[in-house]
Design a protein around this ligand. Structure first.
Ligand SMILES: O=C(O)CCC(=O)C(=O)O
Ligand SMILES: [Fe+2]
Length: 286
C-alpha cells in the first residue's frame, strides 16, 4: 500500500493521512531546507469536528474598524500590529477564549495543532512565543472569504522583514525560513484556491523595510510584482475541510483566488511556524 502521494507539479508537496505523519518526523525541517515544499495532511480534523465549528461561525461581514477591510478575520494578526505588541497580546487572550468555545464539541484547536506538529518537529517542543510582557502571542486566526472575496498576493517574508509588529519575534526565531500553516474548515465549490507562483522571495526586491510588507511594494526584475506575476507558472491547491496544509509561504509567492459568486464561503484557520534560535523549539503564531 502506498501511504503517501507526492504532488509534484510546480512545487513538491507530500499528501498523506494524519495517521501516516510519523513517516515525516523531520517534516518541518525538510520544508525549511527545501527537501519538500509542503505537506497536505488529511483528517487533521474530522468532518464532525469541522461541521460543529462552522455551524458556530455565523457572523456575516467584517468587525467594525477592522484592519482587514471587508474581510472577516477572527483574532489579531501580528502583521498588522504596531511595534508595541501589548494590544495584540490582549486581543490574543480574548481570541483564545473564543476559540476554546468554538472547538468545545471536539478536540481543542491548539492542542490538536501542537500534537500534530510534535510528530514532525524532530522531537522539539512546540510552543507559542511570548511577548516581552510575558503574554502569549495568538496561536492562530480564522479567515472567512465570502463570495467574490480573495486574499491578495504575498510572501510571509514580507511580514517578517518589512512590518513593525514582527520586531520582537525577529529576536526569537531563525530568519532563514518560516512556514505557513492553515486548516480548511469550509471550502468553496468554485474559486478560493491557494495559488503558488514560480516566483521566490530571493527573486524579488523590497525598496524599503518599514511598512513595505503591508504596502506590497516589492518588484521582480525591477517590475512591480502584480504586473508580471501572471506570466509565471502556477500551482493550484484546493484542500478539503479537515485538511491541514503546511508550506513554504515565506519563500513562495502565493495568493487565494476569489470565491466565485454562488459558492459557499471559504473558512480557514491558520498562522505561521518557525524554529526558535538554534532550532531548540518550534514556534507557531499568527
Ligand atoms: O488560506 C489561508 O488561510 C491562508 C493562505 C495563506 O496565505 C497562507 O497560508 O500563508
Ligand atoms: Fe500566506
Amino acid at each position: 500500500m502506498v501511504a503517501t502521494t507526492s504532488v509534484n507539479t510546480l512545487y513538491n508537496f507530500v499528501e498523506l493521512d494524519i495517521t501516516d505523519l510519523g513517516l515525516y518526523p523531520d517534516g518541518i525541517k525538510d520544508i525549511c531546507e527545501r527537501k519538500i515544499d509542503g505537506l497536505i495532511i488529511h483528517n487533521f480534523f474530522t468532518q464532525n469536528e469541522v461541521s460543529s465549528v462552522v455551524d458556530k461561525l455565523t457572523r456575516k461581514g467584517a468587525f467594525p474598524d477592522s484592519p482587514f477591510g471587508d474581510i472577516l478575520i477572527y483574532g489579531p494578526a501580528l502583521y498588522v500590529s504596531d511595534k508595541d505588541i501589548a494590544q495584540y497580546c490582549e486581543q490574543a487572550a480574548q481570541f483564545r477564549d473564543f476559540c476554546s468555545k468554538l472547538f468545545s464539541e471536539g478536540r481543542e484547536f491548539e492542542t490538536n495543532l501542537q500534537e500534530t506538529l510534535k510528530v514532525i518537529s524532530g522531537g522539539r517542543p512546540v510552543e507559542v512565543p511570548h511577548a516581552p510582557n510575558g503574554l502569549p502571542y495568538t496561536p492562530t486566526t480564522i479567515r472567512v472569504l465570502e463570495e467574490e472575496q480573495f486574499m491578495g498576493w504575498h510572501f510571509e517574508n514580507q511580514f517578517l522583514h518589512c512590518t513593525p509588529g514582527y520586531q520582537h519575534l525577529l529576536t526569537q526565531i531563525e530568519h532563514e525560513d518560516h512556514l505557513s500553516y492553515f486548516a480548511m474548515l469550509s471550502a468553496s465549490e468554485v474559486g478560493g484556491d491557494l495559488i503558488l507562483y514560480d516566483i521566490e522571495w530571493s527573486d524579488t526586491e523590497w525598496p524599503d523595510t518599514g511598512n513595505s510588507g503591508r504596502e506590497r511594494t516589492g518588484t521582480v526584475g525591477g517590475k512591480p510584482i502584480p504586473s508580471v506575476m501572471e506570466n509565471y507558472d502556477k500551482m493550484y491547491l484546493n484542500p478539503s475541510p479537515g485538511d491541514l496544509v503546511i508550506f513554504d509561504g515565506a519563500r513562495i509567492l502565493h495568493r487565494v483566488s476569489a470565491v466565485e459568486k454562488g459558492s459557499q464561503r471559504r473558512i480557514s484557520i491558520g498562522g505561521f511556524l518557525a524554529f526558535s534560535n538554534n532550532r531548540e523549539k518550534l514556534y507557531y503564531w499568527s
